[in-house]
Design a binder for this molecule. Sequence first.
Ligand code: ADP
Length: 226
Amino acid sequence: MKILFFGPNGSGKGTQGSIIKDKYGIPHIETGVIFRENITGGTDLGKKAKGYIDRGELVPDNITIPMILARLQEDDCKGGWILDGFPRNLTQAQELDKALKDLDITLDIVIEMILDRQIAKDRIMGRRLCVNDNNHPNNIFIDAIKPNGDKCQVCGGDLKTRSDDQDEDAIDQRHNIYYDTETGTMAGVNYFKDLSSKNDGIPRIVDLNGQQDLKKVTAELINKLG
Ligand code: ADP
């Protein structure tokens, strides 16, 4: 199963993506996580990416695109993958489509999580990251996943915030890119929708209401994936 997972920053797609990863036993490739690991590890890639990430800008395509295309050709990706955070603009969408065609790989599903911009923004400001697993859901503004004091509500691990999550300008910038239908992420979503309608519904487009609570989103997702 090869899946693209779109959704505004703060929509909770990382959490849902990790559930799909377990369900299908496929790697969950999160661009943002790869960048953050490189920043923490002090690699050259991390040093190049940091400034862009802190400002809420995209890391340039000439860094991001080859990094992801190489990742998709690693051994663990043979049986499928879920891509989360890529593509994030029209160029990335076109380049991904071209690379998949060249590699003779069929994209099966495109998920689009739909969520109002202001709600997504509030969720970002409230989210806390567990040091043991970034996808353990913790949010100080959402009762169902409120941290246990200052610890992770899933495993008791320490929690931290991301610097780009506490900066309103950076959040707005990320959302400007996401909701941009000309060259931004939504242009990428529309690119795949177009492809699907010209190709007998392949990839299958699955929309997902991100406004519901986390468990309901998971239930809708599992139900729609079949
Ligand atoms: P969020 O979805 O909350 O914005 P991510 O963890 O997916 O967070 O991404 C964090 C940052 O990493 C982005 O704001 C951007 O700077 C960078 N990034 C992630 N994916 C891409 C991508 N496909 N192209 C360029 N930059 C990216």
